[in-house]
Design a protein around this ligand. Structure first.
Ligand code: NAD
Length: 378
């Protein structure tokens, strides 16, 4: 069983799909590991580190030759994967809805593609969930970036020269990233409030020492929502939410938005007019920028100033914490493959009726087999 770890080729990608730790763990399962030279460079892992952990380091051709499993962060170009064994697994965040052509390419190349971001939200799969592991880091980094762009301090300080008041931080969308944003802002000494459409988050907000700000007159989503995900809200709810935001946002110094709805553009939560009511020097970080943005006028990957407010269109923030993001992503991959590892056969076995396999398998036997892709109309 040969496992190949690729050097990522997507522009701006810094992460690597294996670390010395996971190389050792896979080796302990009986696998042979090969890492493309330079794969860990941007994540502070050298070729020598991989070699010391027991991997062979070499060119892409060498690494892919006879590989049974290919590990990656972003899905590579199918044409760059020649040499792998027929039916080899390619495992990573393959972005199947936006990269449908690549999925077809994996099928044609005879590869079995597994999209880690479609991991079901069940207890058994929690340790395999790349969306959670990367969102958690993004939530932390959003607040650190906001603090860096903010011309004032976060904590209240009582000094001989007078008192500085605490920054007021508002987190919109309290999923994995939002919860970490709340915790990070609290650690930095800010006064934090937060909102979501799912009622289950109210208690989570309070347990982190922040104030819940909720639409009260129109019902939101009961409990966790379907699989922990939100859906698009009614017009009546959106109107009530806009009123709530208008009354709250003018008093905030920092806003972090993280609201996402799977398979749909991000909901618009802050209008240009609402931005204009914020104090000069305030900072808004939009973590939904890549999905169209929660904030009107936000530009993915850029920082723009509107009405004196800095609006940061945060794009793939986990990449800016390459070493930790890689360590967690690599563990997610190991946790997935090792959970399905058959010790006698010395390889992972993917049962057709397994809930995880059904959710994440995109291609098999030269065909696209994912029900979700079939239903996407893509
Ligand atoms: P997400 O990235 O899909 O969305 C971020 C947040 O935005 C969510 O809390 C969502 O409710 C909120 N949101 C959507 N529309 C909104 C709107 N109009 N206004 C305000 N907020 C809005 O969510 P996520 O971070 O992936 O996680 C959501 C939930 O799933 C969490 O409770 C998490 O604990 C749970 N989860 C469970 C597992 C598991 O069991 N394996 C894994 C990951 C996440």
């Amino acid at each position: 069983m040969k496992i190949a770890v690729l050097r990522e080729s997507a522009p701006g990608e810094t992460r690597v799909a294996a670390t010395p730790e996971t190389i050792r763990k896979f080796t302990a399962l009986g696998a042979e590991l090969a890492v493309e030279s330079g794969a860990g460079e941007a994540a502070s892992v050298t070729d020598a580190d991989f070699e010391t952990a027991g991997a062979a380091v070499g060119t892409r051709d060498k690494v892919l030759g006879g590989a049974d499993i290919i590990l990656c962060i972003d899905g590579p170009d199918p044409a760059s994967l020649k040499g792998a064994t027929e039916g080899a697994l390619i495992v990573g965040a393959l972005d199947p809805l936006r990269r449908r052509d690549a999925v077809e390419g994996y099928a044609k190349a005879g590869l079995q593609a597994l999209a880690m971001e479609w991991m079901p939200r069940i207890t058994r799969a929690q340790s395999m969930d790349v969306l959670s592991s990367q969102s958690n880091l993004a939530g932390y980094k959003a607040v650190v970036d906001a603090a860096a762009a903010y011309g004032r301090a976060f904590p209240m300080m009582m000094t001989a020269a007078g008192t500085i008041s605490a920054a007021r931080v508002f987190v919109m969308g309290v999923g994995v990233a939002g919860l970490q944003a709340i915790a990070t802002a609290r650690r930095l000494g800010a006064q934090v409030s937060a909102t979501d459409v799912r009622s289950a988050t109210r208690e989570q907000i309070q347990s982190l020492g922040a104030k819940p700000i909720f639409v009260e007159n129109v019902a939101g989503i009961e409990g966790e929502g379907a699989g922990g995900y939100a859906t698009e809200m009614s017009e009546e709810y959106q109107k009530a939410q806009a009123e709530l935001v208008s009354s709250h946002i003018a008093k905030q110094d920092i806003v972090v938005t993280t609201a996402l709805i799977p398979g749909r553009p991000a909901p618009r939560l802050i209008s240009d007019a609402q931005l204009a009511t914020m104090r000069q020097g305030s900072v808004v970080v939009d973590l939904a920028a890549d999905a169209g943005g929660n904030v009107e006028g936000c530009v993915a990957g850029e920082s723009v100033v509107k009405h004196g407010v800095t609006v940061i269109g945060a794009s793939n923030l986990a990449r800016s914490l390459a070493a930790d993001a890689s360590a967690l992503f690599a563990r997610n991959l190991y946790n997935f493959l090792s959970a399905l590892w058959d010790k006698d056969q010395g390889r992972p076995v993917l049962p057709d009726d397994d809930e995880i396999v059904k959710a994440i398998r995109l291609t098999q036997g030269g065909k696209v087999v994912s029900e979700r892709l079939a239903g996407s109309g893509a």
